[in-house]
Ligand binder design. Structure first.
Ligand SMILES: NC(=O)c1ccc[n+]([C@@H]2O[C@H](COP(=O)([O-])OP(=O)(O)OC[C@H]3O[C@@H](n4cnc5c(N)ncnc54)[C@H](O)[C@@H]3O)[C@@H](O)[C@H]2O)c1
Length: 436
């Protein structure tokens, strides 16, 4: 099949490269010329394990290409995917301007029926609005074909995006009354359904809600365990034992029960808030989700306050990890973006290391921050070391060497990755989350 994927970010680029890997002819489209030039030469503008190899293979086989001009390729494609960003906008609602722009371009330039598939995370009803707008534009142009709008939300995890796309738990497709669009989507995903992965059709509205509900549920699981960290600290419990004891119940499961400084990233924070905004607009009650959001903010704040209180005046702090989670260079809503400016504002010096996110972080953090080449360099002469991202590189650190490098003794473990007894044995003072 011939498809276009508009928006070559964390979702669109992975989708484009994976669709090409599955044998489709794919053109990735982006307004960012620098990004498109890099992609044309086989360089991935983002860090995502396995992605660059797929891009290079796609370019070599000729199944994958890139352009900035959507209008040039419209005559040649059967499906246009929109995978542009839907960041937090006014009043926490999803900002849909990029999607509407893509949708308008398609409606204004298409000369035959194309299926418009929305892959971005959008509030319920967006597909309907897009379809109505497209119909208006086509009518104005005197065209008598239709452009159906399909919802195909994305569930990939950054850091695992290639595997998640090629071997997803499920593919959700929302189509309303359009058997032709349904058939095309079935054909598109056949290489994946053939190996037993479920493709589930439902209404467009349900598909749009499934995405928000899934993210809100996962975020709630994280906030649930985080809510109990303070409880453990006060009562003498150990949150890791709680997670283990609860997670072994097959009805609960162990995943998303790791206590820490709360969720960040490009999806959970904005999606939880956007869902709340939709509910508010409709005057509906989503109080569990509101609590999830509140607990997450409090969790981060509680940990940072603990650090700030423990530091001497004009301290030196080593920060390990900048991206919002390991195996990505994505800095969106990363805890480091809150903590590091707080430390600098309080008169402390910060040196930091991250294996992949330093280039992105440099653009977002104060000039005073020192970016260094290794975790030990970040710890050198530090009064305290704070772990923010659980990269494997930091998990396996030699604690004795860390103690030697530091001036002080405090190790703040924002992800509960270290064994408190081992940290103490190395002569350091351990500060975890929900651990006495
Ligand atoms: N990042 C994730 O892990 C993830 C997972 C699931 C769903 N999502 C959802 O997928 C969507 C995309 O997220 P992302 O993280 O890939 O965003 P992103 O910011 O990484 O990528 C968006 C891309 O779209 C391009 N773009 C913007 N306007 C454009 C236009 N008019 N024409 C062409 N290109 C344009 C940008 O230049 C950018 O390259 C969002 O709705 C997000 O919520 C993201």
């Amino acid at each position: 099949m011939k498809i276009a994927v508009v928006g070559t970010g964390y979702v669109g680029l992975v989708s484009a490269a994976c669709f090409a890997e599955l044998g489709h002819h794919v053109t990735g489209v982006d307004i960012d010329e620098v990004k498109v030039e890099k992609l044309k030469s086989g360089v991935s503008p983002i860090y995502e394990p396995g992605l660059e190899e797929l891009i290079q293979r796609g370019l070599k086989t000729g199944l994958l290409s890139f352009t900035t001009k959507l209008t040039d390729i419209l005559p040649h494609v059967q499906i246009v995917f929109s995978a542009v960003a839907t960041p937090q906008g006014e009043n926490h609602q999803a900002d849909l301007r990029a999607i509407f722009k893509v949708m308008e371009t398609v409606a204004e330039h298409a000369d035959r029926s194309i299926v418009f598939v929305n892959k971005s995370t959008v509030p319920v009803g967006t597909g309907k609005k897009c379809e109505q707008e497209i119909a208006k534009i086509l009518a104005k142009r005197g065209k008598n074909f239709l452009i159906p709008v399909v919802s195909n939300p994305e569930f990939l995890r950054e850091g695992m995006a290639v595997t998640d796309t090629l071997m997803p738990d499920r593919i959700i497709v929302g189509v309303n009354h359009d058997p032709e669009a349904k058939k095309l989507m079935e054909e598109l995903y056949r290489p994946i359904t053939r190996v037993g992965k479920p493709l589930v059709f439902m209404s467009r509205e349900s598909a749009e809600i499934v995405k928000y509900a899934s993210n809100a549920f996962l975020a709630t699981k994280i906030s649930f365990i985080n809510m109990l960290t303070e409880f453990c600290e006060v009562t003498g419990g150990d949150i890791r034992d709680l997670a283990l004891g609860m997670g072994l119940d097959s009805r609960i499961g162990p995943r998303f029960l790791h206590a820490g400084i709360g969720y960040g990233g490009s999806c959970f924070p904005k999606d939880v808030k956007a869902l709340m905004a939709t509910a508010k607009e409709l005057n509906l009650d989503l109080s569990i989700i509101e609590a999830t959001d509140r607990i997450n903010a409090r969790q981060r704040h509680r940990f940072f306050e603990k650090i700030l209180k423990a530091l001497p005046k004009k301290a030196r702090v080593g920060v390990l990890g900048l991206s919002f989670k390991p195996k990505t260079d994505d800095m969106r809503e990363a805890p480091s973006l809150d903590l590091i400016p707080m430390l600098i504002d309080a008169g402390h010096a910060v040196s930091t290391h991250d294996p992949f996110a330093m280039d992105n972080a440099r653009k977002l953090l104060p000039d005073a921050v020192q970016f260094v080449g290794s975790p030990m360099e970040a710890a050198k002469g530090a009064d305290a070391v704070v772990l923010l991202t659980e990269w494997d590189l930091f998990r396996g650190i030699d604690l004795g060497e860390l103690k030697q490098a530091m001036k002080g003794k405090d190790l703040f473990d924002g992800r509960n990755v270290y064994e408190p007894a081992e940290v103490k044995a190395a002569g350091l003072t351990y500060h975890g989350i929900g651990i006495e």
